[in-house]
Design a protein around this ligand. Structure first.
Ligand SMILES: NC(=O)C1=CN([C@@H]2O[C@H](COP(=O)(O)OP(=O)(O)OC[C@H]3O[C@@H](n4cnc5c(N)ncnc54)[C@H](O)[C@@H]3O)[C@@H](O)[C@H]2O)C=CC1
Ligand SMILES: O=C(O)CCC(=O)C(=O)O
Length: 419
Protein backbone atom coordinates (compact mmCIF):
# COMPACT_ATOMS: atom_id res chain seq x y z
CA UNK A 1 0.00 0.00 0.00
CA UNK A 2 1.46 3.40 -0.88
CA UNK A 3 1.19 6.10 1.75
CA UNK A 4 -1.62 8.64 1.51
CA UNK A 5 0.63 11.69 1.56
CA UNK A 6 2.76 11.18 -1.55
CA UNK A 7 5.21 13.97 -0.66
CA UNK A 8 5.95 12.35 2.72
CA UNK A 9 9.71 12.33 3.33
CA UNK A 10 10.77 10.36 6.44
CA UNK A 11 14.22 11.98 6.64
CA UNK A 12 12.71 15.48 6.60
CA UNK A 13 10.39 14.33 9.37
CA UNK A 14 13.29 12.89 11.41
CA UNK A 15 15.21 16.16 11.00
CA UNK A 16 12.12 18.15 12.03
CA UNK A 17 11.85 16.06 15.21
CA UNK A 18 15.60 16.50 15.80
CA UNK A 19 15.39 20.31 15.43
CA UNK A 20 12.59 20.53 18.01
CA UNK A 21 14.74 18.73 20.58
CA UNK A 22 17.99 20.48 19.59
CA UNK A 23 16.30 23.84 20.06
CA UNK A 24 15.05 22.93 23.57
CA UNK A 25 18.56 21.70 24.40
CA UNK A 26 20.07 24.90 22.99
CA UNK A 27 22.61 22.85 21.01
CA UNK A 28 25.11 24.89 19.01
CA UNK A 29 24.64 25.05 15.24
CA UNK A 30 27.99 23.25 14.77
CA UNK A 31 26.80 20.32 16.83
CA UNK A 32 23.41 20.28 15.12
CA UNK A 33 25.12 20.09 11.74
CA UNK A 34 27.15 17.06 12.89
CA UNK A 35 24.12 15.28 14.36
CA UNK A 36 21.53 15.91 11.66
CA UNK A 37 23.59 14.36 8.85
CA UNK A 38 24.41 10.66 8.45
CA UNK A 39 28.08 9.81 8.83
CA UNK A 40 28.11 7.37 5.91
CA UNK A 41 25.63 6.57 3.11
CA UNK A 42 26.41 3.58 0.93
CA UNK A 43 24.33 2.83 -2.19
CA UNK A 44 24.94 -0.48 -3.94
CA UNK A 45 23.60 -1.69 -7.29
CA UNK A 46 24.11 -5.40 -7.75
CA UNK A 47 22.95 -8.19 -10.09
CA UNK A 48 20.98 -11.24 -8.98
CA UNK A 49 20.14 -14.24 -11.13
CA UNK A 50 16.39 -14.97 -11.02
CA UNK A 51 14.98 -18.51 -11.15
CA UNK A 52 13.98 -18.11 -14.82
CA UNK A 53 17.59 -17.33 -15.78
CA UNK A 54 17.15 -13.56 -16.19
CA UNK A 55 19.51 -11.21 -14.37
CA UNK A 56 18.00 -8.32 -12.48
CA UNK A 57 19.92 -5.42 -10.94
CA UNK A 58 18.76 -4.40 -7.47
CA UNK A 59 19.53 -1.26 -5.48
CA UNK A 60 20.32 -1.41 -1.77
CA UNK A 61 21.52 0.95 0.93
CA UNK A 62 23.33 0.92 4.25
CA UNK A 63 23.44 4.20 6.14
CA UNK A 64 25.40 4.79 9.36
CA UNK A 65 24.04 7.86 11.06
CA UNK A 66 26.32 8.19 14.08
CA UNK A 67 28.96 6.02 15.77
CA UNK A 68 30.10 8.21 18.65
CA UNK A 69 28.57 5.99 21.36
CA UNK A 70 29.61 2.67 19.81
CA UNK A 71 29.32 0.57 16.65
CA UNK A 72 26.45 1.33 14.30
CA UNK A 73 23.37 -0.87 14.80
CA UNK A 74 20.09 -1.30 12.95
CA UNK A 75 17.90 -3.52 10.84
CA UNK A 76 17.66 -4.36 7.13
CA UNK A 77 14.40 -3.82 5.26
CA UNK A 78 13.35 -5.52 2.02
CA UNK A 79 10.53 -3.57 0.37
CA UNK A 80 9.51 -1.83 -2.85
CA UNK A 81 9.05 1.37 -0.79
CA UNK A 82 12.68 1.50 0.42
CA UNK A 83 14.48 4.74 -0.49
CA UNK A 84 17.68 6.44 0.62
CA UNK A 85 15.65 9.11 2.42
CA UNK A 86 13.77 6.43 4.36
CA UNK A 87 16.96 4.58 5.32
CA UNK A 88 18.59 7.86 6.45
CA UNK A 89 15.62 8.56 8.72
CA UNK A 90 15.58 5.04 10.13
CA UNK A 91 19.35 5.24 10.80
CA UNK A 92 18.94 8.52 12.68
CA UNK A 93 16.11 7.07 14.79
CA UNK A 94 18.38 4.11 15.61
CA UNK A 95 21.02 6.51 17.00
CA UNK A 96 18.47 8.14 19.32
CA UNK A 97 16.91 4.76 20.23
CA UNK A 98 20.20 3.22 21.39
CA UNK A 99 21.00 6.40 23.32
CA UNK A 100 17.62 6.69 25.04
CA UNK A 101 17.86 3.16 26.44
CA UNK A 102 21.57 3.62 27.19
CA UNK A 103 23.03 0.79 25.12
CA UNK A 104 26.51 1.39 23.65
CA UNK A 105 25.69 1.68 19.96
CA UNK A 106 25.31 4.27 17.27
CA UNK A 107 22.60 4.08 14.63
CA UNK A 108 22.39 2.50 11.19
CA UNK A 109 19.80 1.03 8.86
CA UNK A 110 19.80 -0.77 5.53
CA UNK A 111 17.40 -1.81 2.85
CA UNK A 112 16.98 -3.28 -0.59
CA UNK A 113 14.34 -2.14 -3.10
CA UNK A 114 12.58 -5.40 -3.97
CA UNK A 115 9.26 -7.17 -3.56
CA UNK A 116 10.16 -10.22 -1.43
CA UNK A 117 6.58 -11.57 -1.66
CA UNK A 118 7.14 -12.11 -5.41
CA UNK A 119 10.52 -13.78 -5.02
CA UNK A 120 11.34 -17.43 -4.34
CA UNK A 121 13.38 -18.43 -1.32
CA UNK A 122 16.35 -19.20 -3.61
CA UNK A 123 16.13 -15.73 -5.20
CA UNK A 124 15.94 -14.10 -1.78
CA UNK A 125 18.99 -16.04 -0.63
CA UNK A 126 20.99 -14.93 -3.70
CA UNK A 127 19.84 -11.32 -3.20
CA UNK A 128 20.74 -11.38 0.51
CA UNK A 129 24.17 -12.91 -0.09
CA UNK A 130 25.08 -10.46 -2.85
CA UNK A 131 23.79 -7.46 -0.85
CA UNK A 132 25.80 -8.64 2.19
CA UNK A 133 28.96 -8.90 0.10
CA UNK A 134 28.37 -5.40 -1.30
CA UNK A 135 27.92 -3.80 2.14
CA UNK A 136 30.64 -5.94 3.80
CA UNK A 137 33.02 -3.01 3.25
CA UNK A 138 31.28 -1.19 6.10
CA UNK A 139 29.57 -3.82 8.29
CA UNK A 140 31.36 -5.95 10.90
CA UNK A 141 31.03 -7.13 14.50
CA UNK A 142 32.89 -4.05 15.78
CA UNK A 143 31.71 -1.48 13.24
CA UNK A 144 28.12 -2.02 12.11
CA UNK A 145 25.80 -4.87 13.08
CA UNK A 146 22.61 -5.45 11.02
CA UNK A 147 19.39 -7.11 12.29
CA UNK A 148 15.89 -7.93 10.97
CA UNK A 149 13.29 -5.32 10.01
CA UNK A 150 10.34 -5.29 7.59
CA UNK A 151 10.30 -8.48 5.44
CA UNK A 152 13.56 -9.84 6.84
CA UNK A 153 13.86 -12.51 9.51
CA UNK A 154 16.19 -14.96 11.23
CA UNK A 155 16.72 -16.89 7.96
CA UNK A 156 17.89 -13.73 6.19
CA UNK A 157 20.21 -13.02 9.15
CA UNK A 158 21.61 -16.58 8.88
CA UNK A 159 22.42 -16.01 5.17
CA UNK A 160 24.06 -12.66 6.03
CA UNK A 161 26.14 -14.18 8.82
CA UNK A 162 27.18 -17.09 6.60
CA UNK A 163 28.14 -14.84 3.67
CA UNK A 164 30.21 -12.51 5.87
CA UNK A 165 31.86 -15.51 7.57
CA UNK A 166 32.66 -17.19 4.21
CA UNK A 167 34.79 -14.20 3.23
CA UNK A 168 36.65 -14.30 6.56
CA UNK A 169 37.13 -18.07 6.55
CA UNK A 170 35.66 -18.61 10.03
CA UNK A 171 32.33 -17.99 11.79
CA UNK A 172 31.62 -14.43 12.91
CA UNK A 173 28.20 -14.69 14.58
CA UNK A 174 28.39 -11.17 16.11
CA UNK A 175 28.20 -9.53 12.68
CA UNK A 176 24.37 -9.69 12.76
CA UNK A 177 21.71 -10.19 15.42
CA UNK A 178 18.29 -11.77 15.18
CA UNK A 179 19.89 -15.05 14.05
CA UNK A 180 18.47 -18.52 14.65
CA UNK A 181 19.39 -19.95 18.06
CA UNK A 182 21.43 -22.75 16.43
CA UNK A 183 24.06 -20.31 15.10
CA UNK A 184 24.41 -17.87 18.00
CA UNK A 185 21.01 -16.20 18.17
CA UNK A 186 19.57 -15.15 21.50
CA UNK A 187 16.61 -16.42 23.45
CA UNK A 188 13.71 -13.94 23.26
CA UNK A 189 15.06 -11.87 20.31
CA UNK A 190 12.19 -12.90 18.03
CA UNK A 191 9.63 -11.61 20.55
CA UNK A 192 11.81 -8.76 21.87
CA UNK A 193 10.28 -5.82 19.99
CA UNK A 194 6.74 -6.73 21.03
CA UNK A 195 7.90 -7.56 24.57
CA UNK A 196 9.45 -4.09 24.86
CA UNK A 197 6.19 -2.54 23.62
CA UNK A 198 4.32 -4.50 26.30
CA UNK A 199 6.74 -3.47 29.07
CA UNK A 200 6.59 0.22 28.05
CA UNK A 201 2.78 0.21 27.82
CA UNK A 202 2.47 -1.59 31.14
CA UNK A 203 4.65 1.08 32.71
CA UNK A 204 2.50 3.81 31.15
CA UNK A 205 -0.78 2.41 32.48
CA UNK A 206 0.83 1.66 35.86
CA UNK A 207 1.86 5.32 36.14
CA UNK A 208 -1.76 6.26 35.26
CA UNK A 209 -2.89 4.16 38.23
CA UNK A 210 -4.47 1.35 36.22
CA UNK A 211 -3.56 -1.98 34.55
CA UNK A 212 -3.79 -3.56 31.11
CA UNK A 213 -6.62 -5.86 32.21
CA UNK A 214 -9.63 -5.45 29.89
CA UNK A 215 -8.11 -2.69 27.76
CA UNK A 216 -9.10 -2.77 24.08
CA UNK A 217 -6.14 -2.82 21.70
CA UNK A 218 -5.99 -2.15 17.97
CA UNK A 219 -2.86 -3.05 15.99
CA UNK A 220 -1.77 -1.87 12.53
CA UNK A 221 0.60 -4.43 10.97
CA UNK A 222 0.54 -8.14 11.72
CA UNK A 223 4.18 -9.10 11.22
CA UNK A 224 6.93 -9.74 13.74
CA UNK A 225 6.15 -6.69 15.90
CA UNK A 226 2.35 -6.56 15.44
CA UNK A 227 1.35 -10.22 15.62
CA UNK A 228 3.54 -10.96 18.63
CA UNK A 229 2.26 -7.80 20.35
CA UNK A 230 -1.28 -9.11 19.77
CA UNK A 231 -0.36 -12.40 21.46
CA UNK A 232 1.45 -10.78 24.41
CA UNK A 233 -1.16 -8.08 25.08
CA UNK A 234 -3.94 -10.69 24.94
CA UNK A 235 -2.00 -12.87 27.38
CA UNK A 236 -1.75 -9.84 29.70
CA UNK A 237 -5.55 -9.44 29.81
CA UNK A 238 -6.20 -7.08 26.89
CA UNK A 239 -8.91 -7.53 24.27
CA UNK A 240 -7.49 -7.33 20.72
CA UNK A 241 -10.31 -5.63 18.81
CA UNK A 242 -8.53 -4.93 15.51
CA UNK A 243 -5.54 -6.01 13.44
CA UNK A 244 -4.44 -5.26 9.88
CA UNK A 245 -1.84 -5.89 7.18
CA UNK A 246 -1.11 -4.40 3.74
CA UNK A 247 -4.38 -5.84 2.34
CA UNK A 248 -6.72 -4.30 4.94
CA UNK A 249 -7.95 -4.69 8.49
CA UNK A 250 -10.43 -6.62 10.62
CA UNK A 251 -12.41 -5.42 13.61
CA UNK A 252 -14.37 -7.30 16.24
CA UNK A 253 -16.06 -5.68 19.23
CA UNK A 254 -15.96 -8.97 21.13
CA UNK A 255 -12.26 -9.48 20.47
CA UNK A 256 -10.01 -11.58 18.24
CA UNK A 257 -7.92 -14.58 19.21
CA UNK A 258 -4.40 -13.73 17.90
CA UNK A 259 -3.37 -17.37 17.39
CA UNK A 260 -6.48 -18.14 15.29
CA UNK A 261 -6.01 -14.95 13.25
CA UNK A 262 -2.36 -15.94 12.64
CA UNK A 263 -3.40 -19.40 11.41
CA UNK A 264 -5.93 -17.71 9.08
CA UNK A 265 -3.25 -15.31 7.76
CA UNK A 266 -0.83 -18.17 7.15
CA UNK A 267 -3.49 -20.05 5.19
CA UNK A 268 -4.90 -17.07 3.22
CA UNK A 269 -1.99 -14.63 2.99
CA UNK A 270 -3.86 -11.84 4.82
CA UNK A 271 -6.01 -11.24 7.90
CA UNK A 272 -8.73 -9.88 5.60
CA UNK A 273 -11.77 -12.15 5.43
CA UNK A 274 -11.25 -13.60 8.91
CA UNK A 275 -14.60 -15.22 9.77
CA UNK A 276 -16.82 -13.33 12.20
CA UNK A 277 -14.87 -10.06 11.99
CA UNK A 278 -15.82 -6.89 10.16
CA UNK A 279 -13.51 -5.97 7.24
CA UNK A 280 -12.14 -2.42 7.42
CA UNK A 281 -9.61 -0.33 5.46
CA UNK A 282 -5.87 -0.31 6.13
CA UNK A 283 -5.98 3.07 7.86
CA UNK A 284 -9.41 2.59 9.53
CA UNK A 285 -7.63 0.31 11.98
CA UNK A 286 -6.14 3.44 13.57
CA UNK A 287 -9.55 4.92 14.33
CA UNK A 288 -11.50 2.03 15.86
CA UNK A 289 -12.79 2.36 19.46
CA UNK A 290 -9.98 1.23 21.78
CA UNK A 291 -7.85 2.39 24.69
CA UNK A 292 -4.48 1.36 23.21
CA UNK A 293 -3.36 1.74 19.61
CA UNK A 294 -0.20 -0.01 18.37
CA UNK A 295 1.01 1.14 14.97
CA UNK A 296 3.31 -1.73 13.91
CA UNK A 297 3.60 -1.21 10.14
CA UNK A 298 5.54 1.68 8.71
CA UNK A 299 6.16 5.45 8.71
CA UNK A 300 3.79 8.35 8.24
CA UNK A 301 0.54 6.60 9.15
CA UNK A 302 -0.75 9.03 11.81
CA UNK A 303 -0.97 12.48 10.25
CA UNK A 304 -3.04 15.69 10.41
CA UNK A 305 -5.57 13.79 8.30
CA UNK A 306 -6.52 11.29 10.99
CA UNK A 307 -5.02 12.41 14.33
CA UNK A 308 -8.29 14.05 15.43
CA UNK A 309 -10.22 10.82 14.85
CA UNK A 310 -7.97 8.52 16.87
CA UNK A 311 -9.88 7.25 19.90
CA UNK A 312 -7.07 5.52 21.82
CA UNK A 313 -5.70 7.20 24.96
CA UNK A 314 -2.30 5.54 24.56
CA UNK A 315 -0.40 5.04 21.31
CA UNK A 316 2.52 2.64 21.70
CA UNK A 317 4.68 2.97 18.59
CA UNK A 318 6.03 -0.44 17.63
CA UNK A 319 6.73 0.93 14.14
CA UNK A 320 9.43 3.47 13.46
CA UNK A 321 8.18 6.92 12.54
CA UNK A 322 4.43 6.21 12.37
CA UNK A 323 3.41 9.68 13.63
CA UNK A 324 4.20 13.02 11.97
CA UNK A 325 5.19 16.05 14.12
CA UNK A 326 1.91 17.81 13.24
CA UNK A 327 -0.07 14.78 14.40
CA UNK A 328 2.04 14.65 17.58
CA UNK A 329 0.94 18.18 18.42
CA UNK A 330 -2.75 17.34 17.88
CA UNK A 331 -2.52 14.16 19.96
CA UNK A 332 -0.72 15.95 22.81
CA UNK A 333 -3.38 18.66 22.87
CA UNK A 334 -6.08 15.95 22.94
CA UNK A 335 -4.43 14.30 25.96
CA UNK A 336 -3.39 11.14 24.12
CA UNK A 337 -0.10 9.73 25.38
CA UNK A 338 2.21 8.67 22.56
CA UNK A 339 4.97 6.32 23.71
CA UNK A 340 7.49 7.21 21.01
CA UNK A 341 9.07 4.63 18.71
CA UNK A 342 12.61 5.12 20.03
CA UNK A 343 11.38 4.07 23.46
CA UNK A 344 8.40 1.81 22.76
CA UNK A 345 10.12 -0.45 20.21
CA UNK A 346 13.60 -0.41 21.78
CA UNK A 347 13.12 -3.95 23.10
CA UNK A 348 14.28 -5.28 19.73
CA UNK A 349 17.65 -3.56 19.67
CA UNK A 350 18.13 -4.11 23.41
CA UNK A 351 17.87 -7.89 23.05
CA UNK A 352 20.01 -7.58 19.89
CA UNK A 353 22.62 -5.99 22.15
CA UNK A 354 22.29 -8.94 24.54
CA UNK A 355 22.73 -11.30 21.56
CA UNK A 356 25.88 -9.47 20.41
CA UNK A 357 27.35 -9.53 23.94
CA UNK A 358 26.60 -13.27 24.19
CA UNK A 359 28.19 -13.92 20.76
CA UNK A 360 31.33 -11.96 21.61
CA UNK A 361 31.70 -13.92 24.86
CA UNK A 362 30.47 -17.27 23.46
CA UNK A 363 28.47 -17.53 26.67
CA UNK A 364 24.68 -17.73 26.44
CA UNK A 365 21.95 -16.62 28.84
CA UNK A 366 18.55 -18.11 29.60
CA UNK A 367 15.21 -16.44 28.80
CA UNK A 368 14.51 -15.37 32.41
CA UNK A 369 17.74 -13.40 32.60
CA UNK A 370 17.08 -11.72 29.26
CA UNK A 371 13.50 -10.71 30.05
CA UNK A 372 14.41 -9.46 33.48
CA UNK A 373 17.29 -7.32 32.11
CA UNK A 374 15.04 -6.02 29.31
CA UNK A 375 12.30 -5.00 31.71
CA UNK A 376 14.77 -3.12 33.90
CA UNK A 377 16.10 -1.18 30.90
CA UNK A 378 12.66 -0.33 29.46
CA UNK A 379 11.23 0.75 32.84
CA UNK A 380 14.29 2.83 33.71
CA UNK A 381 14.25 4.54 30.31
CA UNK A 382 10.48 5.09 30.43
CA UNK A 383 10.70 6.72 33.87
CA UNK A 384 13.59 8.97 32.80
CA UNK A 385 11.64 10.12 29.73
CA UNK A 386 8.43 10.78 31.70
CA UNK A 387 10.32 12.77 34.33
CA UNK A 388 11.96 14.93 31.65
CA UNK A 389 8.59 15.44 29.92
CA UNK A 390 7.08 16.59 33.23
CA UNK A 391 9.96 19.02 33.81
CA UNK A 392 9.62 20.50 30.32
CA UNK A 393 5.80 20.25 30.03
CA UNK A 394 6.21 18.46 26.72
CA UNK A 395 5.21 15.19 25.08
CA UNK A 396 7.18 11.98 25.50
CA UNK A 397 8.69 12.14 22.00
CA UNK A 398 10.30 15.50 22.61
CA UNK A 399 11.53 14.34 26.03
CA UNK A 400 12.91 11.05 24.63
CA UNK A 401 14.66 12.90 21.81
CA UNK A 402 16.08 15.45 24.24
CA UNK A 403 17.44 12.71 26.49
CA UNK A 404 18.90 10.74 23.58
CA UNK A 405 20.33 13.71 21.68
CA UNK A 406 21.96 15.13 24.82
CA UNK A 407 23.71 11.77 25.35
CA UNK A 408 24.94 11.60 21.75
CA UNK A 409 25.97 15.27 21.86
CA UNK A 410 27.94 14.67 25.05
CA UNK A 411 29.75 11.69 23.50
CA UNK A 412 30.48 13.73 20.36
CA UNK A 413 31.86 16.66 22.32
CA UNK A 414 33.92 14.60 24.75
CA UNK A 415 35.60 12.67 21.93
CA UNK A 416 36.55 16.00 20.36
CA UNK A 417 36.81 16.99 16.75
CA UNK A 418 40.15 16.32 15.08
CA UNK A 419 41.52 19.71 14.05
N1 LIG B 1 11.51 -6.51 13.73
C1 LIG B 1 12.04 -5.77 14.69
O1 LIG B 1 12.81 -6.26 15.53
C2 LIG B 1 11.71 -4.32 14.82
C3 LIG B 1 10.78 -3.73 14.01
N2 LIG B 1 10.47 -2.41 14.21
C4 LIG B 1 9.53 -1.74 13.34
O2 LIG B 1 8.26 -2.37 13.40
C5 LIG B 1 7.57 -2.19 12.17
C6 LIG B 1 7.13 -3.54 11.64
O3 LIG B 1 8.30 -4.34 11.47
P1 LIG B 1 8.23 -5.94 11.48
O4 LIG B 1 7.06 -6.37 12.28
O5 LIG B 1 9.57 -6.41 11.83
O6 LIG B 1 7.99 -6.23 9.94
P2 LIG B 1 7.20 -7.44 9.28
O7 LIG B 1 7.65 -7.46 7.87
O8 LIG B 1 7.35 -8.67 10.08
O9 LIG B 1 5.67 -6.98 9.38
C7 LIG B 1 5.21 -5.79 8.82
C8 LIG B 1 3.70 -5.79 8.89
O10 LIG B 1 3.23 -4.50 8.51
C9 LIG B 1 2.34 -4.60 7.41
N3 LIG B 1 2.62 -3.45 6.54
C10 LIG B 1 3.76 -3.17 5.90
N4 LIG B 1 3.64 -2.05 5.20
C11 LIG B 1 2.40 -1.61 5.41
C12 LIG B 1 1.68 -0.49 4.94
N5 LIG B 1 2.24 0.41 4.11
N6 LIG B 1 0.39 -0.36 5.38
C13 LIG B 1 -0.18 -1.26 6.23
N7 LIG B 1 0.48 -2.35 6.69
C14 LIG B 1 1.73 -2.51 6.28
C15 LIG B 1 2.66 -5.92 6.73
O11 LIG B 1 1.56 -6.44 6.05
C16 LIG B 1 3.03 -6.77 7.94
O12 LIG B 1 1.86 -7.29 8.55
C17 LIG B 1 8.54 -1.44 11.26
O13 LIG B 1 8.31 -0.05 11.35
C18 LIG B 1 9.89 -1.77 11.86
O14 LIG B 1 10.87 -0.82 11.54
C19 LIG B 1 11.00 -1.68 15.22
C20 LIG B 1 11.91 -2.23 16.06
C21 LIG B 1 12.41 -3.57 15.88
O1 LIG C 1 17.80 -5.23 16.54
C1 LIG C 1 18.40 -4.33 16.02
O2 LIG C 1 19.61 -4.23 15.98
C2 LIG C 1 17.67 -3.18 15.33
C3 LIG C 1 16.22 -3.41 15.11
C4 LIG C 1 15.70 -2.26 14.33
O3 LIG C 1 15.96 -2.16 13.15
C5 LIG C 1 14.92 -1.22 14.98
O4 LIG C 1 14.93 -1.14 16.20
O5 LIG C 1 14.30 -0.43 14.27
Amino acid sequence: MSREVTSFNPYQMAVQQFELAAKRLALSEDLREILRKPKRELTVNFPVRLDDGRIKTFTGYRVQHNVNRGPAKGGIRFSEDVSLEEVKALAMWMTWKCAVVGIPYGGAKGGVICDPKRMSSAELERLTRRYTTEISIIIGPHSDIPAPDINTNSQVMAWMMDTYSMHAGYSIPAVVTGKPLSIGGSECRNEATATGVLFATRRAVQRMGTTLQGKRVSIQGFGNAGSIAARLFAADGCKIVGVSDTQGGIYSEIGLDPATVMRYKQAHGSVVGFPGAQSIGVKDILEVPCEILIPAATEGMITVENAERIQARIIAEAANGPTTPEADRILFERGCQVIPDILANAGGVTVSYFEWVQDLQSFFWGPEEILQRLEVIINRSFDAVVELAEQHHCDLRLAANMLAISRVAEATQIRGIYP
